[in-house]
Design a binder for this molecule. Structure first.
Ligand SMILES: Nc1ncnc2c1ncn2[C@@H]1O[C@H](COP(=O)(O)OP(=O)(O)OP(=O)(O)O)[C@@H](O)[C@H]1O
Ligand SMILES: [Mg+2]
Length: 324
């Protein structure tokens, strides 16, 4: 039996619960997620799980109680740490989208859930917005985007002289992107796979990150455009995947409403159009740099090519924007 499963079984027997066998939800050799006894157990090395625990504690102290699952306790077994958390729902919005059969009634339900997700992201911003909004924190959050873009371009073998010049200009013209930039806590890995839909179709965000995917360290603060764009691009990806099987399927309305939420963020001066473009480039670069089995599978080479095209287009837009 693998070590993580053994630990979950130890916890269950210490609790004297006659539970059905733990169900594996996700995992690699480093970390795994199990559902057991009506709770979620996330297991991993002490450093990674302590970072997760701190993040959840910070969100909970800030008052984000119905945005993320509640953390019930953390338990340490030698070099493995376990977070026991509230089980907030059976399906992610990704699973709901993938099982969508084109029925109008189900589409109306998805549309309402999408609006609730956008409202939740808005609430997350309002609860955690940084009243200080200091220049040095803004610079740090902006730098995180640039570091991620550079690293992902390198990983995707797309880092050339043109990209180098663009990054240099992005660095020098930070004021173009930081005008109107408000800081708040953000999820940093918001995609359809990290949103669980609970009873009454209420969404909750799971699996937040301390840094943008692929980075080891990140800024304490972020800008909400990054989460909105991450969510939107993951919707576009799911739509493209489903269209391959059934060309009649369209998530146009969901995507349009996400666009409206982005436009509202611009009107409310939480971020400007330029940083939205930069966040889009960073998100495409994350997918281009990803080497997980899902992204690399042969049947989805076309999706990887789509991400490369998306990234190339965004780099072009940013270059145009900076031809000052
Ligand atoms: N609190 C929770 N309530 C309900 N389901 C959860 C919860 N946490 C995790 N899950 C389920 O477990 C899956 C994996 O969890 P999570 O996203 O935290 O792990 P992960 O390591 O990022 O996995 P993946 O790479 O698949 O996203 C989720 O897709 C979801 O189905
Ligand atoms: Mg996840």
């Amino acid at each position: 039996m693998n070590a993580h499963l053994e630990i979950v079984n130890k916890i269950l027997s210490a609790d004297k619960t006659d539970s059905i066998p733990p169900q594996k939800m996700a995992g690699s050799s480093d970390s795994s997620v199990y559902l057991a006894n009506g709770k979620i157990y996330r297991l991993g090395n002490v450093v990674a799980i302590t970072a997760d625990q701190k993040l959840y504690a910070e969100f909970s102290q800030a008052g984000c109680l119905d945005i993320f699952p509640n953390i019930l306790r953390t338990i340490r077994y030698d070099s493995t740490m376990v977070i026991e958390m509230e089980y907030v729902g059976k399906k992610t919005i990704e699973e709901m989208l993938l099982s969508f059969d084109g029925q109008e009634k189900e589409f109306e339900r998805l549309n309402l859930i999408n609006l609730k997700i956008l409202a939740l992201i808005n609430k997350f911003f309002l609860i955690t917005v940084d009243s200080k909004n200091s220049q040095s924190d803004k610079v740090e959050a902006y730098q995180e985007l640039l570091v991620a873009l550079r690293l992902n371009l390198e990983k995707a073998a797309m880092f050339d002289d043109v990209a180098l010049e663009l990054l240099d200009r992005l660095e020098k013209n930070s004021d173009v992107f930081m005008a109107d930039m408000k800081l708040s806590k953000i999820h940093k890995d918001l995609s359809v796979g990290n949103i669980v839909i609970g009873p009454d179709d209420e969404p909750r965000l799971i699996d937040p990150r301390t840094a943008i995917p692929n980075l080891q360290v990140g800024s304490v603060w972020g800008n909400p455009a990054f989460d909105l764009v991450g969510y939107q691009i993951s919707l576009l990806r799911k739509e493209a995947e489903l269209k391959k099987k059934n060309p009649a399927i369209s998530f146009k309305r969901l995507i349009k409403n996400t666009d409206l939420a982005i436009q509202q963020g611009i009107s409310a001066k939480r971020f400007n159009q330029s940083i939205v473009e930069l966040c889009q480039a960073v998100w495409y670069s994350i997918y281009c740099a990803c080497s997980c089995d899902y992204c690399l599978s042969k049947e989805r080479v076309w999706l990887y090519q789509d991400m490369k095209k998306g990234l190339a287009m965004k780099l072009e837009t940013l270059s145009e924007l900076l031809r000052l």
